[in-house]
Each structure stands twice: as structure tokens, then as C-alpha cells.
Design a protein around this ligand. Sequence first.
Ligand code: V47
Ligand code: SF4
Length: 375
Amino acid sequence: MTHSIVNKISDPILELIAQKVYNDERISDEDALHLFNHGSLAFVGSLANYIREKKHGNTTYFNRNFHIEPTNICVFSCAFCSYSQLYAQRADGWELSIDQMVDIVKSYDGKPITEVHIVGGVHPKMNMDYFIELIQKIRAHRPDLHIKAFTAVELDYMFRKAKLSVEDGLKQLMAAGLQSLPGGGAEIFHPSIREKIAGDKVTGEGWLQIHETAHQLGMHSNATMLYGHIETYEHRIDHMRKLRDLQDRTKGFNTFIPLKFRNSDNDMSHIQESTITEDMRLYAIARIYLDNFSHLKAYWPMLGRQNAQLTLSFGVNDIDGTIDDTTKIYSMAGSEEQTPTMTTEELVALIKQSKRRPVERDTLYNIVNDFGESN
Ligand code: V47
Ligand code: SF4
């Protein structure tokens, strides 16, 4: 197939990569590295947009959800984290009781929300029994609400403390009502980086094993990558290859969510944040490389709404963070969005301004409401 983009490039490797994309062939790690090193924003953007439109046309999904953060107290001390209070200095932290969290759920009674996202710090007293009771109570109160909860970091700690295998631990949580896993805690899998930024929590292999087991038990999950700090392009590719391999085996990932490192008020504040050009190149290359992921998601409370809008031209087909998204993890790390709340109307308008078609979905990408093409 001849495409104008192919005819205008003089780098033969870029030309071959473009041909692979147009022929629906997978690109290699070397290709991805070449794209990171030599692909212009316009080049990778056009390829990513081609894939995005082939998979989804103009459709841009969003989901009406709300977040519960049980605690910001954490036994771990990730260098990039601006949010947690070390357990040893817990006086300044917050911890919610089960009743307080169920009250948060009740505050959405009558509102057309389809999902609750529960993620927080790793508090030693919030154990397996505590979370089983929480999930059971949420389920009993609102059975139609999809419960997406606990990063592999929280789960690894919970299961170890309860002396449970990953499989048994997940089975117990599923029996209580847990339906899918969020993608947090992945950071960068490669041990040489992970040891420096998140050395004391679950390893990359541990994270992958928890998600693989969840998929084998029939649960879906998301995957993230914290980028733009001390990692190299090779580390990003290593991370995405491990996700792509796992997805080949299980098909259990719903979406990939790149998370841009924000540098306010943490132990890595001396590191400059990535530029918007680098951000868009990363989104585009992720879209090209992760051929077996249906969806690429931008989390606007972290990127800011205008940058999130821009991602819709660089491979993204899914925007996260509607209604009053009360998460503090990004506002505390220096995101533009200090009060990350957006109404559904605002989000629909934001998507339409980008000449895309807003479609509300549930957690598993079933269509809830199609808002139609922009005029
Ligand atoms: O794992 C922490 C990241 C993650 C910083 O699955 C930071 O739908 C940037 O994973 N700069 C938690 N990032 C949030 C998360 C998430 C968010 C939205 C949707 C979903 C989903 C998952 O936040 C952590 C870490 O990678 N993070 N600190 C920081 N300074
Ligand atoms: Fe704890 Fe998560 Fe912060 Fe790491 S990123 S210190 S695990 S809350």
C-alpha cells in the first residue's frame, strides 16, 4: 500500500516501520528504539493516529467513576511519591473507616456512576479482612457499581501479610465483589530503575504475576508506566515489551495508561519534567508498539485538560477522570489541575472540540451513552 507519509521520508528504517504499521505488522523493540531516537513528532503522530482511527474511528471513550483513597499512609517510600505519609510519621496522614468509605459511595446514590476506583497507600492495619468487608458492604449497597480496586502493590502486601498465595488472595477478593484491577504500581519494571525509585515495594515480576493471575481468574486489569524521570528509552521499551508479552498470553488488559512524572514536593524534585513534545511522542510510540492493547488512556488530572485534548491526536482513544475525581496523588505532585473535577458536559465538550466522538463506556468498554459526532 502506498501512503504519502512513506513517500516523503528519507530514513529507510522509518519507512520500513511505516510499512509495518500500514500492513498491520508488529514493530520490534529495535523499531521502537528507532522511533524514540529518530521519529519526529509528526511522523509518530501520524502512524499512531492511523492506528487509533483504524481501531476506533473518532470514538473517544470516557467513564463516569469516582475515586476512594482509603489512606495516604504508606509503609513504602517511593522516591517520586508526593502523596504518601510514611507510616512512621503517620500523624499528618488520613485513614478512612469502612463506614466513611461506604458513606462516600452513598453520596453517589441516584447518580449515573458506573465504577468506583479504590486505591491508596499501603497501611499495615488495612488488611485483607478490612478490604473484604469494605468490598462486601459496597457491593451490598450498590450491586450495579463496578468495583475496580487495589494496585498490585497493595495486593502483594495484603496477601503476604495474610500468608495467601496470589491466586487464593484474588479469589477471596473476587468472592467479596472485586471486579477488576487498576494499573497503578507498575512504574518502570526494569530492576535497575525500579530499585532506585521504588526499591521496597513489589518487583516488576511480582506486578506482572499478580495481573497474569487476575487475568487467568477472569478479571480484567489496566497497565500503567511512570515515565519521564531517570529511565531511558530502552527501559520504556522493556516495560512495554513485558506488557505486550503478557497481553499476548492472556488478553486481560483493558488499557494502557502512561503516567507523566510530576516533580513537585518529592525526593525526585530535582529531575526536570518531560516536555509536551516528549509526552506526545511517548503516547504515539506506545500506540504503535502495543498492537494488542485495544485502548490507550490519558488521565487528564495528571496531564491537564488541554494536553489531554492533544493526546487525542497521538493515539489516545480514552480519557479518564470525570465528575468529582477527588484523587490527590497528582495535585500533590504538581499537576496543573489542583482541583481535578470535570462534569460530564465539560468532558463531552472537550472531546468534541477535538473533533472526536464522545462515548460513555462502563469499565469493560460496553457503551453506556453515545454523544454523537462533533459538528
Ligand atoms: O502507581 C505517583 C503514579 C500511580 C506520581 O488503572 C505519579 O484506571 C506522576 O495508577 N508523578 C497511581 N505519577 C495512579 C494510577 C491510575 C490513575 C488513573 C487511572 C488508573 C486506572 C490508574 O500514580 C502510581 C504512580 O505510578 N504517581 N506519584 C508523580 N509524582
Ligand atoms: Fe506508597 Fe504508592 Fe506512594 Fe509508593 S507510590 S509511597 S506505594 S502510596
